[in-house]
Design a protein. Structure first.
Lengths: 230, 230, 230, 230
């Protein structure tokens, strides 16, 4: 049954030390800014974080890394012009890094939610990221075997939730949201609006409520101009 | 004379240019080579310029791997929406007939061979069409791959756009890539400031040269070249 | 006394029934055992009856594998819409908060362990929880499996509903299934007209009997049974 | 570029003898009745058909089978009360049958569209349908390896198409439509309505136009009462 939390603090309260936490968003789009802030405040540590990047600037995921709360990060693109906190921790040997091609990252997250035990993907074959992975030629094409990435918790951002937990998103802010919600044991979603059951058209629901455990409404979510993040 | 005809004549002139092409001139040639009705992904950097030379009559649909088909031009002023960005995290606009989808669906689209063409930058390409564009191989570099491997292996055709020579005057078209690979035998064409190369089963063909003759080109590239059949 | 309380008392009375249960009485017990807020898939046939005894206060959401969560009751008269049917191909209605999705997403939901419970019919179940319900094993039978194997292995818990004995008086709870399996060690509970059985690590427990005592039950079933701890 | 056919005959004209053809629909919902009729009329033979069932009554897929046009069928549930044409051909050894659990069928079709070379699924493990398939224990759970099912053509039914080929569906008629359109080299879709680009909200598009080759508008599609088909 859907838990509608009163605050982000309440929404993230059960995240325990050592948890694997997926964090949605690609750039600023779909980033659950307020939930990440609440996780920082909450204090859980020794986390494994799954995100497309490894934090930007001094806030959000970057701040979580700076504070030493992240033991390991699984992402596709850690190195950016403003990923200095990750860079420092990495060079100091204080954070473990698993780099995954973005499509394999997405498919591995999808596989976790979909009960797939592993899949053969052509992406990465013959590259350093295939080292140690099983390779196989199928029907004349080369593949490597990848396994699901599951999480204890996911923090994502959607646009509207109904009281059955069904979600719709806005534009490219959809990105990792639907697959992370499905891959996590407990999925926590921040939304701009919560409506009654029956107020979302069942044809346009993107994430069915079965994948959503907790929603929290953020009255005025942070909106960064994407250009400031480059 | 229509605007379209004028453009075609300008491109035809560029194909026999007696001087090396600048980035915009090269982008015009790539754009002209993309068949009408194609679905295309343009990588970050130089390939992005190609979008400026696609006309509406071409009916080319742009894909951005963060979850959109029918991506429009860069957003200006009030058009900027933090929820609508491209893979380079630049705000963009919608085009009529566009659609949104999540990250796993977006990369399934790419990996499944549904895109007709993808245009990427490169550090090195070799005579077998192997591509290196994500990692210089320096031991202290932090690895970051993003969607590069998915793009390289996913599309029906992968085009590379790059300057032919490094800053030190070395050819980036090489006998065999020495940098870590992005994808195996994935590149079919290389667009450079000095020439357009086709990677074929039995070797590298020079389709056009710009301000350099075949023998000079052969000398600086090193890899055995063949002129295109006339 | 509320309607709900009356219902609970009726179910409590059924649990100590001194006569075997009919299909509807058994369906009431199964319905009462499904925790509030559950997501449930009811197989075709006898399990479908369970829906009749779920009350709105239970907030149970029904899944149908042809692509819907929040499936409502059978459609009547003008409500019939050829585009809205359940897995048994019976026209049904929507409930507020329902959602639609395609076949791969629907089975991913099941396979990924997101359904709390699935209720199925059976030809045989054995002491290890192996299930046979798709094929009698007759050599001339045309095999047809539908979603049975997905349902059996996908849900967090799989309940079986069946008459305990075949028409020939043989127990369908057996030492080891002789018919072709649907799923391995997937059944956790068996609801029959004569008793409710729990499949546990160390054997089969009899939770309730209906019009039969433990010793008589042990005799007709054959498989070693334990009474439930009081 | 989208082909808008004038008739179903024109839409199916390129289906060649020996082709693999996916046919959408679950029961009457989503069944592309008019396209199947056109395929019967067209006369292509030696077909491999992928569908959930093996035809009902004397029309549609059943008629195609009766006429001896189907060499092989891949489905989850061939045996039904009114599948007499399939039954007769099967018992006469005139049609090859591959039975696939419904969820594996859906996932194999999805894999074909998504460029996945194979995947480990728990469904079917330990059953006769796993015979001859690679099995593997991953993280304590048992899986079998399944491979993609690709098609030359898909015939499906959607509700509305726009002129970019984007599709929306109606209720449970969505079922196999989206995954079959993506898995076929040429996807042919019948719709009730074709609208201009920009008239479908990009947030609610279910099948992006990249997966659609041909659409044909059916003014008054056949609507069978689902109860007549039981």
């Amino acid at each position: 049954m859907l838990n509608i939390a009163d605050s982000c603090a309440q929404a993230v309260a059960e995240i325990h030390d050592g948890a694997t936490v997926m964090i949605g968003g690609f750039g600023v789009a779909g980033q659950p800014v307020e939930l990440i802030d609440a996780l920082i405040e909450h204090g859980a540590t020794g986390l494994t974080v799954v995100n497309n990047n490894a934090g930007n600037g001094d806030v959000g995921l970057a701040r979580l890394i700076q504070l030493g709360r992240v033991r390991k990060i699984i992402c596709s693109f850690p190195r950016q012009s403003d990923s200095w906190h990750f860079d420092a921790k990495y060079r100091a040997g204080e954070i473990e890094l698993e780099v995954v091609p973005q499509g394999n990252l997405a498919e591995r997250i999808r596989a976790a939610g979909a009960g797939i035990g592993g899949f053969f993907t052509p992406t990465g074959y013959g590259t350093p990221l295939a080292e140690g992975k099983e390779a196989r030629e199928i029907d004349g094409r080369h593949y490597i075997l990848e396994h699901p990435i599951k999480a204890d918790f996911s923090l994502t951002k959607a646009h509207i939730a109904d009281k059955a937990g069904n979600l719709v998103y806005r534009k490219t802010a959809r990105n990792f949201g639907p697959i992370m919600a499905a891959a996590a044991t407990t999925s926590i979603v921040q939304v701009a609006e919560v409506v009654e059951r029956g107020q979302l058209d069942p044809e346009v629901v993107v994430t069915p409520g079965i994948y959503v455990d907790t929603v929290v409404r953020i009255d005025a979510p942070a909106q960064t101009d994407p250009r400031e993040e480059l | 004379m229509s605007e379209q005809t004028t453009h075609q004549q300008a491109v035809a002139a560029l194909r026999t240019s007696e001087t090396p092409l600048n980035h915009d001139e090269l982008a015009k040639i790539v754009a002209a080579d993309i068949p009408a009705g194609s679905y295309v992904n343009l990588g970050i950097g130089q390939p992005t310029l190609v979008a400026n030379y696609l006309s509406p009559e071409d009916d080319v649909t742009l894909h951005t791997e963060n979850g959109m088909l029918g991506m429009g031009r860069e957003a200006q002023g009030d058009e900027v929406d933090p929820d609508l960005i491209n893979a380079g995290k630049i705000p963009v606009v919608e085009t009529p007939g566009c659609s949104y989808f999540h990250h796993a669906d977006s990369f399934a689209m790419m990996r499944g061979g549904h895109l007709d063409c993808c245009v990427l930058g490169a550090f090195q390409v070799d005579r077998k069409g192997n591509l290196a564009n994500w990692h210089t191989g320096k031991p202290d570099a932090i690895p970051a791959v993003g969607g590069a491997m998915d793009l390289a292996t996913g599309a029906k055709q992968t085009f590379v756009m790059m300057t032919l020579l490094t800053k030190n005057g070395q050819s980036k078209l090489v006998e065999e890539c020495t940098m870590p690979l992005t994808g195996v035998a994935c590149v079919s064409r290389i667009y450079t400031d000095k020439a357009v190369f086709l990677i074929e089963e039995d070797g590298v063909v020079v389709r056009e040269t710009f301000g350099i003759d075949f023998d000079e080109l052969q000398e600086i590239v090193g890899v055995p070249l063949r002129p295109a059949a006339r």
